[in-house]
Design a protein around this ligand. Structure first.
Ligand code: ACO
Length: 380
């Protein structure tokens, strides 16, 4: 028996930290604390664009003219109506099943009803991308309502996507202020470089597999608590800190035990996550009207304690959790909300990966044994 050495001495970069595995022109999270969508700083887009405008930018690599935006919005809203077998399947999903599992299954299921079945041209892939941008939030809203045994309203053609999404989730016409929050929240979650779920989508797309398979891979990856599952954990933490005078003790206790504080830290940013100031601002501006200012106060205190002790900052999930809770969305649906806007980034990356036409297949460093003597089963 001998250990492998020599030929297979590849350098292992644990967690692929800092390894660029491909080129992309979609979004750029600058480690120094800015985020750019197709060249535009998000600070210039938030509040000055609507969600679909940024979605168009990511898919077509240019901002739309008014007519182009209107057409894109109409296409999206039309596609929010789900095929009947998908609606049935969502309603029949066992209640023991996590909402994220239902979303993963139904996106895969959508592939069976693809009107462009077996057509893999670029226009067909763009049509698929637009459909998925509409269908993922529609699945989420349908599931949300069925879990409450309430009917889901049909999307309204005069509403845009975030407005329809909120309308379908809540079953009543949303307030303008809530729709405004949705546009901002969805824009802030729309894309973020080669994050884990996007990378998973790109690996699947790099085998020339179809878009539904690639998005299914992405959803499975987003589900984990180190990625999109973090916002739900943030809310659990805020719920657990019932008495504010126990807050300091609670957070210091987690840090003493070397536990991670959910919603903090980031692989890319060495400074503030550029989305946090916008999310903090959303929560600060709206928490009073939503009656959640007590959560905002808790968050500010936690932010200070964690920074003073560890010099780490909140990531996108920290204040997003409070924003979503303020909109009346229950915490087990937070990762599904994330998927409902990140779907734009995923499909944009899948389209880009198809254009790149290279199989993503890394190497390994083999550290197992070689030269073992085989013994037949009867003699072991
Ligand atoms: N709480 C406490 N300490 C932390 C945290 C945290 N949330 N995040 C990082 N640290 C500390 C680590 O303990 C480590 O300290 P040490 O050097 O003293 O051991 C140091 O910061 C580096 O941490 P890593 O885990 O090595 O950083 P990595 O880049 O691998 O992880 C990650 C990034 C996964 C986001 C991490 O910060 C984390 O687990 N955060 C909590 C989960 C979370 O919020 N995930 C959402 C991320 S954003 C998104 O996916 C949308």
């Amino acid at each position: 028996m001998r250990r492998m050495s020599g030929k297979d001495d590849n350098v292992v970069v644990r967690g692929l930290r800092g390894v660029a595995v491909g080129e992309s022109g979609i979004s750029y999270p600058d480690p120094n604390g800015t985020l750019h969508y197709v060249g535009y700083n998000i600070d210039d887009l938030i509040d000055r664009t609507v969600y679909e405008e940024v979605a168009y930018l990511l898919i077509h690599k240019k901002l739309p003219k008014m007519q182009e935006l209107d057409k894109f919005r109409t296409e999206i809203v039309t596609e929010m109506k789900l095929p009947d077998p998908i609606l049935e399947s969502i309603k029949n999903a066992p209640l023991t099943c996590l909402p994220m599992d239902v979303l993963r299954t139904e996106v895969s299921h959508l592939g069976e009803y693809d009107p462009d079945h077996k057509i893999f041209s670029e226009p067909a892939n763009i049509r698929r991308a637009v459909r998925l941008i509409a269908q993922v939030p529609a699945i989420v809203a349908t599931l949300y309502r069925s879990r409450r045994e309430e009917p889901v309203p049909a999307p309204k053609k005069e509403f845009d996507l975030p407005q329809n999404f909120l309308y379908m989730l809540k079953g009543s016409f949303p307030e303008d202020s809530a729709v405004k929050v949705m546009h901002r929240l969805m824009t802030l979650h729309i894309d973020h470089g080669f994050n884990a779920s996007t990378f998973a989508a790109r690996v699947t797309a790099s085998t020339n597999s179809d878009m539904y398979s690639a998005v299914t891979s992405a959803i499975g990856t987003l589900k984990g608590p180190l990625h999109g599952g973090a916002s739900e954990k943030v809310m659990e933490m805020l719920d657990e800190i019932y008495f504010e005078d126990k807050l300091e003790e609670y957070i210091q206790g987690l840090l003493d035990d070397k536990k991670k504080i959910m919603g903090f830290g980031h692989r890319v940013y060495k400074t503030q996550d550029p989305r946090t100031k916008h999310l903090r601002g959303i929560v600060e501006n709206f928490c009073y009207s939503f009656g959640t200012s007590y959560l905002y106060e808790k968050c500010k205190k936690i932010e200070k304690i964690v920074y003073d002790r560890k010099k780490i900052y909140p990531n996108v999930d920290f204040y997003a959790a409070v924003a979503l809770y303020s909109l009346g969305i229950s915490k087990e649906f937070f990762p599904l909300f994330f998927a409902s806007s990140r779907i734009v980034g995923w499909v944009a990356h899948i389209l880009e990966q198809y254009g790149d036409a290279v199989l993503l297949r890394p190497s390994q460093k083999y550290v197992g044994e070689l030269g073992r003597v085989f013994v037949p089963i009867g003699q072991r």
